[in-house]
Write a protein that binds this ligand. Structure first.
Ligand SMILES: Nc1nc2c(ncn2[C@@H]2O[C@H](COP(=O)(O)OP(=O)(O)OP(=O)(O)O)[C@@H](O)[C@H]2O)c(=O)[nH]1
Ligand SMILES: [Mg+2]
Length: 245
């Protein structure tokens, strides 16, 4: 089975991680928050380090909490996205702190290790319920880490089934150690959040049109005018509605 499985929602453009020295001017409305969670020791911090710094940490240091800001440019060079990557603690001792990370997240990277079967079993047992409890509408990308290990404890089909059962939008295998699929993973994640942002913007534009059209139709009935106007101003954030009033 193809170890790299991505639903259409994760497809789209390509994004280049910018160096800090490039001093980007990011688009203010293109700011996203991605949180990575999963069992302790499954490889979350190493994955982020490989992606952001291009280096694989030589020693294991349990994370308490860490936050990285990345700037990404799309291939058409029209947009610069700001992506905050929140690394969390897999250890139970820091559970309360981790739970504070979910708020306002645009995407969750849910990680397991291909070298530890329990870490996959914990996805539906522990992690999916925790995520659903804090952000039930946030898309999840399931990631199998340590794809380089020779003795794998997880079969790709098992993991695919888990991905489907929790409603993940994509499932990808990576190796932080060998930089395998790391850029592809983050590219897919950024496409998910960007596509979602664009869909929300289109929906908002449609709503605004609907409200302004509806107002013109009802406006001929002068008895309803005040009530309709007040409803529109309550529900719509669009300037076009306000000007009609
Ligand atoms: N072979 C292999 N080992 C890895 C890989 N990624 C991480 N490791 C090792 O797995 C161990 C744990 O890695 P971390 O990235 O610190 O794990 P974590 O998920 O951040 O753990 P917590 O911070 O405790 O939640 C370390 O000894 C890493 O060297 C990988 O891609 N391949
Ligand atoms: Mg860590």
């Amino acid at each position: 089975m193809d170890p790299f499985f991505v639903e259409p929602i994760a497809r789209g453009g390509k994004y280049r991680l910018l160096e800090q020295s490039e001093l980007p001017t990011p688009d203010p409305d293109l700011q996203f928050k991605i949180v990575i969670v999963g069992d302790s020791g499954c490889g979350k911090t190493s994955l982020l380090s490989s992606y952001i710094r291009g280096s694989f940490p030589s020693e294991y240091e349990p994370t308490i909490f860490e936050n990285h800001r990345a700037f990404l440019q799309d291939s058409s060079q029209q947009h610069i996205l700001t992506v905050d990557l929140w690394d969390t603690a897999g250890q139970e001792d820091y559970e309360r702190l981790r739970r504070l990370s979910y708020q306002d997240s645009n995407l969750i990277i849910l990680a397991y290790s291909l070298a530890a079967k329990d870490s996959l079993l914990n996805i539906p047992e522990v992690w999916a319920p925790e995520i659903l409890g804090f952000c039930d509408k946030t898309p999840i990308v399931l990631v199998g880490l340590k794809a380089d290990v020779s003795k794998k404890e997880v079969h790709p089909e098992q993991a695919h089934n888990v991905a489907k059962s929790i409603g993940a939008v994509a499932h990808i295998e990576c190796s932080a150690k060998q930089m395998y699929n790391v850029d592809q993973l983050f590219n897919a994640c950024v496409n998910v959040v960007y596509n979602q942002h664009q869909a929300a913007a289109r929906e908002a534009a449609r709503d605004s049109k609907r409200f302004s059209k509806g107002h013109f139709r009802i406006a001929s009935n002068s008895n309803n005018l005040a009530a309709v106007g007040s409803e529109i101003s309550k529900e719509s954030r669009s300037d076009s509605c306000c000007t009609i009033m």
